[in-house]
Design a protein around this ligand. Structure first.
Ligand code: SAM
Length: 268
């Protein structure tokens, strides 16, 4: 299904705009430049779920505009590499790393993460990905790459907001998929693929209602700034994104699409 609505280009190209900054702050509480369903509580829990330490080497798959990776580099002191296919996102991430004097610890590269990654085996203590794997066609291959890149004894964490929990109409699927390529998964499939890749599943946490509340807050924060956003995105895109966010809210709050956060170990 072709993309009919743009989310990521406008979010990353307008990262510095006061309007977009206010929307992120109103949506998430803390502004890490997010374009996902990760609440601030979840963001603050991730270092502990990944057992990050100052000497950890970390890979973020689908780092977007880089704000969260830089937060980890600053707060934990770890080294982090962020990969994303979106060029304005990666450009923004590298610019922020320079501005915050973190470029020696945090690096960002534009990379299609659905491909074999040009990185050495067992290069990272932790590999994580927030709401990105749903955009990649072959999850078994991606989890295989994540396994290859994780050190024995290391951890991985990823979220999937597209676990099918109930009946979803074609029209809802069309709106939910309007911003790009998406894969929907049946319940239990991520758990199976995690094990098949070689990991030991530690936890699968249901965060569906958090995703519903992020979608509602994001929608409402944008609606309040309707005129400013139409001037930047155009009316058609503004309306398309509002429909997308309303659809995420409805499907998640009714439990018809579920979001899970998975944590897994690569045992020694
Ligand atoms: C929902 S956003 C999440 C971004 C960030 N993790 C966050 O929490 O805000 C999904 C991200 O996946 C990236 N993405 C989609 N397909 C990709 C691919 N094939 N390779 C690398 N990144 C991809 C998009 O550019 C976007 O930044």
């Amino acid at each position: 299904m072709p993309r009919t609505v743009d989310l990521y280009d406008s979010a990353y190209e307008n990262y510095e705009s006061e309007t977009y900054r206010e929307i992120r702050t109103e949506t998430y509480g803390k502004d890490f430049g997010q374009t996902s369903w990760v609440t601030t509580d979840e963001s603050e829990e991730i270092p502990q779920l990944l057992a990050l330490k100052a000497d950890s080497s970390v890979l973020e798959i689908g780092c977007g505009s880089g704000g969260y990776a830089l937060h980890l580099a600053e707060k934990i002191g770890c080294r982090i590499l962020g990969l994303d296919i979106n060029v304005p996102g990666v450009r923004n991430a590298n610019r922020l790393a320079q501005a915050k004097n973190l470029a020696s610890r945090a690096r960002f590269k534009d990379q299609d993460v659905s491909k074999v990654l040009p990185l050495e085996d067992s290069a990272f203590d932790a590999v994580f990905s927030n709401d990105v794997l749903c955009h990649l066609p072959d999850r078994a291959a991606v989890l295989g790459e994540i396994f290859r890149l994780t050190k024995p004894g290391g951890r991985t964490l990823f979220s999937d907001g597209l676990v099918v929990g109930g009946m979803v109409s074609y029209e809802e699927l069309t709106i939910r998929s309007s911003i790009g390529f998406y894969v929907y998964s049946p319940p239990g499939e991520n758990e199976r693929l995690i094990r098949e890749a070689g990991f030991r599943l530690v936890r699968a946490i249901d965060t569906t209602l958090n995703a519903a509340s992020i979608a509602k807050r994001w929608h409402d924060a944008r609606e309040k700034r309707n005129m400013q956003l139409v001037a930047v995105e155009g009316e058609r895109n503004f309306e398309g994104l509002q429909r997308f966010l309303s659809c995420v809210f409805k499907l998640c709050s009714e439990g018809r699409l579920l979001r899970y956060l998975y944590v897994a170990d690569k045992t020694e």
